[in-house]
Design a protein. Structure first.
Ligand SMILES: NC(=O)c1ccc[n+]([C@@H]2O[C@H](COP(=O)([O-])OP(=O)(O)OC[C@H]3O[C@@H](n4cnc5c(N)ncnc54)[C@H](OP(=O)(O)O)[C@@H]3O)[C@@H](O)[C@H]2O)c1
Length: 247
């Protein structure tokens, strides 16, 4: 129970990787605010699992693309738990298509969710985090696409590359306050986000994964736990969780 007494916010905690992160941090003793956008039932189910296991949680609805909603979400967490220690910027979407066919709205929504959403949440927790004067952890979920690029994902890769540059810059700003800021770059992880990819894309990818299989949400959650519960001298880093896909 290494995170006993700590409070974590996991954006997009209702499904996929975020769901596993929320459950893993709760198992380690953190009180977890489970953010969702549309899927109230799924977020409620995550909270139910946390509480049934004897943990503490809270469901917080917010569209992370809207700064005012992020501010309200953080206020709700502070009103309920009295503090916030860990922020996991996990919520994300993709709208894949080659640039020649990409519409402006596909660009805007992907940048607004994956990149601006992270800015909004970091900005919203920053004052309370600094006021607490007890350090903290910010963990941003990037992607292998942000490191290597990917055809059909100029919008997504630009956002996820931006997440990495943001992470390094904020790590420099907050280091003296004992707040670490790190990024995780998952490869292909089995969630609803990847389920809809064409079989041909999946089959083309598999031979390039050294471990010969796709990743599981739990395997990303384990890395988040590592960065959240200790790892006090790691900041501004990007941890690849991709089974060797980027080698
Ligand atoms: N799966 C992969 O292979 C993979 C690889 C690299 C990186 N990633 C990154 O890992 C993160 C999680 O991906 P995933 O595969 O778990 O995705 P997912 O299964 O599609 O889940 C996405 C989550 O994000 C939330 N969300 C989306 N838009 C939001 C908004 N505007 N405000 C608040 N929440 C919002 C969703 O909430 P609702 O349930 O309410 O819709 C949901 O909880 C993303 O940042 C993704 O880019 C995934």
């Amino acid at each position: 129970m290494t995170l006993q007494g700590k409070v974590a916010l996991v954006t997009g905690g209702s499904r996929g990787i975020g769901r596993e992160i929320a459950l893993t941090l709760a198992r380690a003793g953190a009180a977890v605010a489970v953010n969702y956008h549309n899927n109230k039932a799924a977020a409620g189910e995550v909270l139910g699992k946390i509480e049934n296991a004897g943990g503490k949680g809270l469901v917080v609805q917010a569209d992370i693309t809207v700064f005012g909603e992020c501010e309200k979400m953080v206020k709700a967490i502070l009103d309920h738990f009295g503090r916030i220690d860990i922020l996991v910027n996990n919520a994300g979407i993709r709208r894949d298509t080659i640039l020649a066919l990409m519409q402006e709205k596909d660009w805007d929504i992907v940048i607004d969710t994956n990149l601006k959403g992270m800015f909004n949440c970091c900005k919203a927790i920053l004052r309370p985090l600094l006021k607490q004067k007890s350090g903290g952890r910010i963990i941003n979920i990037s992607s292998i696409a942000g490191l290597m690029g990917n055809s059909g994902q100029t919008n997504y890769a630009a956002a996820k590359g931006g997440v990495i540059a943001f992470t390094k810059s904020l790590a420099k700003e907050l280091g003296k306050r004992a707040i670490t800021v790190n990024a995780i770059a998952p490869g292909f992880i089995e969630t609803e986000m990847t389920e809809s990819l064409p079989e041909t894309v999946k089959n083309d990818l598999l031979p390039h994964i050294s471990l010969g299989r796709y990743g599981k949400p739990q395997e990303v959650a384990e890395a988040v736990l590592f960065l959240a519960q200790g790892a006090g001298y790691i900041t501004g880093s990007v941890l690849s969780i991709d089974g060797g896909l980027s080698l």
